[in-house]
Design a binder for this molecule. Structure first.
Ligand code: TYC
Length: 111
């Protein structure tokens, strides 16, 4: 080994047993979590729309569309966040549902 210097990762004259040199720097991305709303038979549609507008920064039209997807399909992903943000969104939705005595459920799942 001639081109590598002592601590560049090569197994060379200095006797070290290095790891391969990383040519492409590893970009660090945190794990992401999908936040989902689940359908039920009792939560009013308007309440779900309000939740989507308030906690998921969606405009009224987008909120109404996603609410209808949940209503028809049973669930929908309403956003994707890092773990802490996703946990906060789930807690906010569950607390708002509890305060208003609606059975609305919000869950998260690692992508
Ligand atoms: N299915 C409810 C109804 O008919 C509406 C609803 C939509 C409930 C989405 C929950 O996540 C939900 N009133």
């Amino acid at each position: 080994m001639t081109v590598m210097s002592s601590d560049d990762g090569g197994d060379d004259a200095d006797g070290d047993v290095g790891t391969l040199t990383r040519t492409k720097p590893k970009t660090q991305r945190p794990p992401m979590y999908k936040v989902m709303l689940l359908n039920d038979d009792y939560t009013p549609m308007e309440f779900v729309v309000h939740i989507l507008e308030r906690y998921f920064s969606l405009d009224h039209a987008a909120s109404f569309e996603i609410m209808l997807i949940v209503h028809k399909k049973g669930l929908a992903v309403v956003g994707t966040y890092t773990r802490e943000i996703a946990e906060t969104k789930v807690a906010q939705v569950m607390e708002a549902a509890r305060q208003n005595q609606h059975p609305l459920q919000c869950t998260m799942e690692k992508e």
